[in-house]
Design a protein around this ligand. Structure first.
Ligand code: ATP
Ligand code: MG
Length: 335
């Protein structure tokens, strides 16, 4: 392993740049999908407003954070100005309203960890999940979107990583692997760590955006247009970054002691966060600090079996990027 850690990037890495960019391009949603999403949101707003005139709808997740690939579902948050104690009641009412407007497959999942209503809109073919008062997700969606505006390489890297994770079956939280949100944070952190850095640490700068959600202060520098040249002294290409990303998670990361933290733009220790012991089901085998809910480890879904699966997939990807004659096919082969 030590030998491998010092290995040099393959000599013909630049040859992989065009095919990786072509994969990225093929995943970008066409403009008509945006139009359809807006159409569905407008319909939902009309229906919700009749019942709850003061409530608001927000898009969050990949349809709003700029990391959404073509044909993704959309995530919607129904926000009330007050705390809602009984979300089930509201979700059941909402499901009723949606059903009577001919939306299809309407289901209220009131007992899920994040309770939602699911539906499919036959007019646009789009599926949608609606949750209640999940304002923190709306705010972390904005943080991800703001990072994406700063350097095109973040979106390229994250699309490729998400596509790899979905192809390889390691983007399934219910089976102990990581969420898309976790993978995007891993990409942001990785680009904060390059030398010269490709991304800054927005939460470590002057706070131009500041909201308080569930007693958590969410604040960071959001005037990112002012930083559009930030990463320009780093000339690495997406091929080098994909290679570096997998190599880091395969052979560079210290799983025993380290927590990656986009909030601080650095690695912090498990010790410092007291994430060294298993508490309940939280094992902290791979530690990814949520940028706002800092007691929350996005790796907590990973158990002693799935950690092996995830790490073996990182190693497989790193080895393919290093040695395979045709990495752009092999990397995304269905598992
Ligand atoms: P996909 O394209 O795979 O649907 P996504 O960006 O929508 O990707 P999800 O993992 O489905 O990602 O999560 C949707 C949103 O919910 C995230 O963007 C984030 O705002 C929020 N979210 C998801 N998981 C968590 C979590 N564990 N803690 C806090 N927020 C989360
Ligand atoms: Mg989603």
């Amino acid at each position: 392993r030590m030998l491998k850690r010092q290995m040099m990037c393959r000599g013909d890495i630049h040859r992989l740049n065009a095919p990786l960019l072509a994969i990225y391009e093929s995943l970008i949603p066409p403009e008509e999908e945006r139009t359809k999403q807006k159409q569905l949101l407008a319909l939902l707003e009309k229906l919700v407003c009749k019942e709850w005139p003061k409530a608001q709808l927000f898009l969050y997740g990949s349809c709003a954070n700029s990391f959404g690939v073509s044909k993704s579902d959309i995530d919607v948050c129904l926000a009330f100005n007050e705390d809602i104690n009984d979300k089930s009641e509201i979700l059941l009412k909402l499901a009723d309203i949606l059903q009577s407007d001919n939306l299809q497959n309407v289901q209220a999942l009131t007992r899920a960890r994040v309770p939602i209503v699911k539906l499919m809109d036959p007019a646009t073919g789009i599926s949608c999940d609606i949750c209640i008062n999940n304002v923190l997700a709306v705010v972390n969606t904005k943080l991800l979107r703001d990072y994406a505006k700063m350097d095109a390489r973040l979106r390229q890297l994250a699309f490729i990583v998400k596509h790899w994770a979905k192809s390889r079956g390691v983007n399934e939280t219910y089976r102990g692997t990581l969420s898309s949100y976790a993978y995007v944070l891993m990409c942001i952190h990785f680009l904060q760590q390059r030398r010269p850095a490709i991304l800054p640490c927005l939460q470590g700068m002057e706070k131009t955006y500041n909201v308080s959600v569930d007693n958590i202060e969410c604040a960071y520098f959001d005037k990112v247009e002012q930083l559009s040249n930030f990463g320009s002294s780093n000339k690495e290409t997406v091929a080098q970054l994909v290679w570096g990303f997998f190599n880091y998670w395969a052979y560079g990361h210290d799983y025993t002691n380290s927590v990656i933290s986009v909030r601080t733009g650095s690695i912090i220790s498990k010790q410092e966060k007291e994430w060294t012991r298993r508490v309940g089901n939280d094992r902290h085998l791979i530690c990814i600090e949520d940028p706002f809910e800092i007691s929350h480890d996005l790796g907590r879904v990973v158990d002693k079996f799935s950690i092996r699966v995830v790490r073996e997939e990182f190693e497989r990807a790193a080895d393919i990027m290093q040695y395979d004659p045709n990495p752009c096919v092999k990397l995304f082969e269905p598992y």
